[in-house]
Design a protein around this ligand. Sequence first.
Ligand SMILES: Nc1nc2c(ncn2[C@@H]2O[C@H](COP(=O)(O)OP(=O)(O)O)[C@@H](O)[C@H]2O)c(=O)[nH]1
Ligand SMILES: [Mg+2]
Length: 390
Amino acid sequence: MDALMTDNVAERIMAAIRDVQKNMTKLNIMVMGKTGAGKSTLINNVFSRNLAQTGIGKPVTQSIRKYEIEDFPLAIYDTPGLELGGENAIDELLKESKEVLAKGAMRGISESIHCIWYCVSTPSHRFEEAEVEFIKKFLDEANEFCVPVIIVLTQSYSKKDAKALMSEIEKENLNVVQVVPVLAQDVDIDEDYIIKGYGLDTLIDIVNNVIPEALRNTLAAVQKANLKMKLRKANAIVATAAAAAAATGAIPIPFTDAAVLVPEQIGMIASITAVFGIPIEKATLTALLSATIGTVGTTVMGKTVVSGLLKMIPGVGTVAGGVISASVAAALTAALGEAYIAIMMMVSKGEMSVSELDTDEGKAKIASIFKSKLGLKRNAKGKPVDEEEE
Ligand SMILES: Nc1nc2c(ncn2[C@@H]2O[C@H](COP(=O)(O)OP(=O)(O)O)[C@@H](O)[C@H]2O)c(=O)[nH]1
Ligand SMILES: [Mg+2]
């Protein structure tokens, strides 16, 4: 693929990525719990950007602070739990949290609180009378504004203790979505004894079920604790793009390089990038393009590249009438999308860094993944046939 053309397509994908990210509805989560409960540790291990690190947050009431980062569609409302003691403290905290919930509800979906995580620390906690009383009043408020509340049992390195606390809480018949034990971060007891973190993927699945549909793409994108969710979203994006490529039908031949990636494919790459939330630069995309659509043919432009590509798709070989069939358009789109997902997964798992992608080694890896995806047998909508039979 011609370098100038590649650059142009990469530029268009960059613009599309900015667009997708700009159009994401902001997810607002309120996190409540005593100092030391593990709120900051939880937040830092669930979300892909470190919100707490960016400063002290913006006070929205006397004691509630809002944390957000520019161009990242997430806001965390850090709310102290019941710790000051005394009747006044309860009333003050209830008043302040109600203020935040009410203000948000008034301003519409992008400003309202979508979910509340009420953190209770498993090791330190006794479920005291005062806290139960507070939670009940607080849940009435949350209910009034239809905000779902999840009780998160933090620092649950002892599953036995977590279970005991859970059944104690369940006796209260609280109006919460679920009580979920987590260990947000590994606990290193000593060199060769480590308690592995767990539960954050479950927490994210629960959140996904209770938030409005319009926020689900945002959740998948801003979190890092549930890679399977990202993968599911990304696969759905590819299926949609491949079906669209099949429906709009033929890509004209010879497709010059700029036309190789049609809007569906550009949108697909942009949306996958957004779901993974990995900062991508133009150089990365250029590497992706040259290693997929570029390396397959040795000539720079036109038919040779195209027929080189097509030879790799089962049952195609030559192009009759100068037009690519719908199923070939779907297969090309799906292979490109799947290869990109495979790369994003490797980066997410730390098996490869973004900067490695535009090295010769990185490009070789991309090319080999793309070729293997291109070689899969697919149906007319671009779906691998083996998968379909499952
Ligand atoms: N290893 C580990 N330490 C935790 C976890 N949650 C909390 N901590 C520790 O408990 C202390 C208080 O946690 P922090 O997140 O600051 O609580 P916050 O005041 O509610 O924000 C810190 O020293 C954390 O390192 C966890 O899941 N794993
Ligand atoms: Mg904190």
